[in-house]
Design a protein around this ligand. Structure first.
Ligand code: C2O
Length: 586
């Protein structure tokens, strides 16, 4: 097979070059970059040992759950919240109810899975022995033979629905798994169970894909079958993978936003507004977003995974970096335009329906791959050790329609689960925005202090303020020990709306908020619409790690810095109570 070499003229202090041995489906956007012949591979390790503290505990039943009668499958609904923290048990299937799709006229949607015959004895999952790893490949680079297999597996899964719409391994019921865990059908301890906007995000989706992949494999009698991954962190993968864009194929979904077709370059920060920019700038923005979300803003486990969500607390305490961008944005980019009348973002733009688009599982393949990659990036980038996370549980059906309960602690190492990712270069690693040559602090004296700007009732236009730092001129040792976190407390908004606002440091009036490949760009906050019972106000805290930005903008010795917030979507429904800079241990 011919190999092509791509040179990316981005990130100008370093010319990126990578070689590809796949030649199928060269997407339009990447042709943009094709030139040169120097052959060089990135040193990428996506298969480092992830184990850390993987403890086999498949037989263990969480004692606290049993004592308190809270083990979801065994428990009753509407229990009072617990005073002490404990892990989220598997959902209570007896109390599974109607999901909520939207805020408009109520659209009841039923997505509870079929109940196992003997609800009380759903066992803990045991991994079948692994003889050969299933290798997930980048979706833009798979061959025709693979595509044919994948199409066949999905069409067989769709056919199961015709025989029995309640078949737990049918296409519809598999999509419903996502709905039940995300749109309020499951309750835990009297509150809605939500697997997004918290530390449950990565492990829930990993287990979900694990079973989905095994079901597809069994439908085509190929135990080595692996889902593809949507390689959106690489310029070659920054468009809808072509195999999903073939009308009539089982991989096609007519409900997608038409703008995603025909190799349109993605915007990894998209929130429905088209950014008027060049394709090159778009790619540079995307790679910078990846750099920020994987490296700058995710030096600590809780920043990457999301906020703690023990039993008894409210759902949606706060997202990790990758869930925010690009995960949410890609859902919004792929789903249809949300007009609240005829559509609510179906399929990809709404959690209840996202699993009905086959590309969902391909998108989440790459989200899952980012978990593995993040753990190879060094520093404190390791799995959480908190028992409330490790012992949280989910409920799934396997390829033989057997029900199982699974624990977070058993999904930390994808190889132990029997799969891995074919490595691809991760060019965003080298896309640290370049340090400014003309350093200089903007005049913070001319700006209102944070104490005057907050509480901010409405983020309906860009605002700048000055804010004090708890310490300046920190040593490298001090910086390793504590992260400097720009923190926004009680960011409240209508959670039924698409939201995005961006944060910049030390900018003057002439900056361009559509160019993110700059050291001043700190990060963004987004929301994908989702409904929580009757209260529609999300209340989250949002933190950006700014150690690097202080260095890159020459601000290390400053006591006060300038911060600018730029609303990009839904600013009129966002309020923020306060802003502060804190030093925190990871
Ligand atoms: Cu469960 Cu991408 O969402």
């Amino acid at each position: 097979m011919a190999s092509s070499t791509t040179t990316l003229p981005l990130c100008t202090n370093k010319t990126l070059s990578s070689s590809f041995t796949h030649n199928s489906f060269v997407a339009k956007p990447s042709q943009f970059f094709l030139h040169g012949s120097r052959r060089q591979s990135f040193k990428v390790s996506c298969n480092a040992n992830n184990s850390g503290e993987h403890e086999k505990n498949l037989e263990g039943v969480d004692r606290r759950n049993v004592l308190l009668g809270l083990g979801g499958l065994y428990g009753a609904a509407n229990l009072a919240p617990l005073a002490t923290a404990s892990p989220i048990p598997p959902p209570d299937l007896n109390s599974c109810g109607t999901a909520t799709i939207t805020d408009g006229p109520p659209v009841p949607y039923s997505c509870c899975p079929p109940k196992p015959e003997d609800l009380d004895s759903v066992p803990y999952y045991k991994f079948p022995s692994v003889t050969k790893l299933r290798i997930r490949q980048p979706a833009h680079a798979v061959d025709e033979e693979y595509i044919a297999k994948y199409q066949l597996a999905i069409s067989r899964m769709r056919e199961l629905d015709k025989l029995d719409p309640f078949d737990p391994i049918g296409f519809k019921q598999q999509a419903n798994v996502h709905c039940a865990y995300c749109n309020g059908a499951y309750k835990i301890g009297g509150k809605e169970l939500q697997v997004h906007f918290s530390w449950l995000f990565f492990p829930f989706h990993r287990w979900y894909l694990y079973f989905y992949e095994r079901i597809l494999g069994s439908l085509i009698n190929d135990p080595t079958f692996a889902l593809p991954y949507w390689n959106w962190d690489h310029p070659k993968g920054m468009c809808l993978p072509p195999m999903f864009d073939v009308e009539g194929s089982s991989l096609y979904d007519a409900k997608r936003n038409p703008h995603v077709r025909n190799g349109t370059t993605m915007d990894l920060g998209s929130f429905g507004e088209e950014v008027q920019t060049t394709q090159l700038q778009q790619m540079a923005n995307n790679l910078t977003l990846m750099y920020r979300q994987m490296i700058t803003n995710a030096p600590c486990p809780l920043l990457f995974f999301g906020k703690p969500y023990p039993l008894g607390t409210d759902p949606s305490p706060g997202m990790g970096t990758i869930e925010d961008i690009p995960h949410n944005a890609i859902h919004a980019w792929t789903g249809t335009v949300r007009d609240n009348v005829t559509s609510f973002g179906e399929d990809m733009g709404n959690f209840y329906s996202a699993g009905l688009d086959p590309v969902f599982y391909c998108h989440h393949g790459n989200v899952d791959r980012m978990w593995n990659v993040w753990k190879t990036l060094g520093g404190k980038r390791k799995d959480l050790a908190d028992k409330d996370w490790l012992n949280s549980e989910f409920f799934f059906y396997d390829e033989n329609r057997n029900p199982w309960r699974v624990k977070v602690r058993d999904c930390l190492d994808s190889k132990k689960m029997g799969y891995d990712y074919e490595p691809m270069p991760t060019p965003w690693r080298y896309c640290k925005p370049i340090r400014k040559t003309t350093t200089g602090k903007v005049n913070t004296g001319a700006l209102p202090p944070a104490s005057k700007v907050f509480p901010l009732a409405k983020l309906d236009r860009a605002i700048s303020f000055s804010i004090n730092r708890p310490a300046s001129s920190r040593t490298s040792q001090e910086k390793r020990e504590q992260e400097e976190l720009l923190t926004f407390n009680h960011v409240k908004y209508d959670d039924r709306k698409n939201i995005r606002f961006d944060v910049f440091l030390n900018v003057n009036k002439t900056f361009n908020a559509d160019e993110l490949d700059k050291p001043e760009f700190a990060g963004c906050y987004t929301n994908l619409p989702h409904v929580h019972g009757d209260t529609h106000t999300a209340d989250a805290s949002f933190q950006l790690a700014i150690n690097e930005l202080m260095e890159d903008n020459g601000l290390e010795d400053e006591d006060t810095i300038a911060v600018t917030l730029v609303p990009k979507k839904g600013g009129e429904v966002i309020s923020i109570e306060s802003a502060e800079i804190k030093l925190e241990d990871c």
